[in-house]
Design a protein around this ligand. Structure first.
Ligand code: CS2
Length: 462
């Protein structure tokens, strides 16, 4: 089963699972679950849950692949009981998740489950849950009560040590409901961490029309993506299922490893960290997509400088990986002009993304006595962005679970110093210690952005 059947998983995990299912003996399928809206189910159901993955090459060419591995899509708010009973079926061996950072209902600065989250408050009281951790815990409870082994929980979200994070959320919640359940999950359950990577811009209605012309059939739910994909998975699945605990993901091209942490650090810091930096500053400078942003020589210089001086020195490379070559490959991927990945899309949910993408890198640099002016500018760029007004005075549609709070803090303060101090006081994002450590450089960077605009401020810094 997959919780959160958005474009990313359909262009990514589903393709690997389908490839693995085609290998002799690979008897696997996917039941998708939408935790929020029925849109994906409504578009997929009339086409028997078959959809097209459109790979967009830099030369403008596209390749098409029909993916047929999804068997059904359930919509949790319509029928949570159907979701729970499907998850309790022992034929389900794995529950994969792409519920985005905020879907874990944790505190991004500490990783602990947020017991004040409205969905968690609800899930502690009601038998039919709303949140991803709630569904995992209640389904595992039913499996235990029925004498079945647990499923493996395989998260595919861009979070550091994502397996540990979801494990903690599940155990925290289960522990409040029934400590014996929490003990059973801790001993028999498995939560391998993964590193996932494929750039997947949102599909627009004009893409659907254009593709219908090109491929000769109308697909209401195609997904677009780049050619590149990489999945690194910790090989730690529920032992009770033996060799049938998982599809042969390695045969489908995934890398099975004992510890995914170095890969996660590399990907979160080098890809997602620069993606977010380019998204805030690029958006402020009027760039619509990442490809457009890095085609601007100032931003190209900026992102290369971030990799070389501020990100690569901050962590240990996975064995055998050449980080300079990885950075060069990222630059090529960002430059793919066929991929229209909007800066606005990546800018979404910054309060949930900043800690692992940018702040951890800053903290490691500061601890080693290295300055990181480029990343300070990115943090200040986020602060300008959540203020909700762009450099031309136009409103920005800020999507973030903390959007109202961030906007209010920004509006309430007058001078730059107060705005930055107010935003650094948001403990969901900045620890007290980091806030104190970065206050001076971020205030200066914010001042530069207000006075010069993003493009000129970067040029000055470079
Ligand atoms: C992006 C990611 O939207 C975002 O925040 O940084 O979705 C990114 O495209 C993927 O992680 C690439 O693997």
């Amino acid at each position: 089963m997959h919780l959160g059947l958005g474009a990313f998983y359909r262009a990514f995990g589903a393709v690997y699972v389908e490839d693995a299912a085609r290998i002799p003996g690979g008897d696997w399928g996917i039941i998708g679950v939408s935790l929020q809206s029925p849109g994906t189910r409504d578009r997929l159901a009339p086409q028997d849950f078959v959809y097209t993955v459109v790979t967009q090459n830099p030369d403008g060419g596209e390749t098409f692949r029909k993916v047929e591995i999804v068997q059904d899509v359930l919509v949790a708010p319509e029928d949570p009981e159907a979701v729970l009973s499907a998850m309790s079926d022992p034929a389900i061996r794995i529950v994969t998740l792409t519920v985005t950072e905020k879907g874990y209902c944790h505190d991004p600065a500490t990783g602990a489950l947020n017991f004040d989250h409205p969905d968690i408050i609800h899930d502690l009281e009601a038998a039919l849950p709303r949140s991803a951790p709630g569904f995992l815990v209640r389904a595992l409870e039913r499996r235990r009560d029925a004498g079945h082994p647990p499923f493996t929980v395989l998260t595919c979200d861009n979070l550091p040590e994502n397996g540990k994070l979801v494990r903690r959320a599940v155990l925290d919640l289960a522990g409040k409901l029934d400590p014996a359940l929490s003990d059973w999950i801790a001993s028999d359950g498995r939560f391998p961490s993964t590193m996932v990577d494929r750039i997947t811009p949102a599909t627009k209605s004009e893409d659907i029309d254009r593709l219908a012309q090109k491929i000769g059939y109308r697909d209401e739910a195609p997904v677009l993506c780049e050619p590149f994909r990489q999945w690194v998975v910790e090989d730690d699945f529920v032992p009770a299922y033996g060799a049938e605990a998982r599809p042969d993901l390695a045969a489908a091209g995934a890398e099975m490893v004992a510890d995914v942490t170095p890969y996660e650090n590399m990907k979160l810091r080098m890809l997602n960290g620069t993606h977010s930096s380019l998204a805030y500053l690029g958006y402020l400078a009027g760039h619509e997509t990442i490809a457009e942003t890095v085609a601007d020589p100032v931003f190209a210089g900026y992102v290369k400088r971030l990799w070389r001086d501020e990100i690569i020195p901050s962590f240990t490379a996975p064995e055998g990986v050449e980080l300079e070559a990885y950075a060069d490959a990222l630059f090529e991927r960002y430059s793919n002009p066929s991929i229209r990945h909007r800066t606005w899309q990546i800018a979404m949910d910054g309060s949930q993304k900043l800690p692992q993408r940018i702040l951890a890198t800053i903290a490691d640099n500061l601890a080693a006595g290295r300055e990181c002016p480029g990343l300070m500018l990115a943090v200040a760029g986020w602060m300008r962005y959540v203020g909700g007004v762009d450099e031309k005075g136009q409103p920005i549609e800020v999507r973030d679970p903390l959007a109202d709070k961030l906007r209010a803090l920004s509006d309430a303060a007058g001078a730059t110093e107060q705005k930055v101090a107010g935003l650094l006081g948001v403990r969901e994002v900045f620890s007290a210690r980091l806030a104190a450590d970065i206050s001076t450089p971020v205030t200066a960077a914010y001042g530069q952005l207000s006075a010069l605009g993003a493009r000129k401020a970067i040029e000055d810094m470079l």
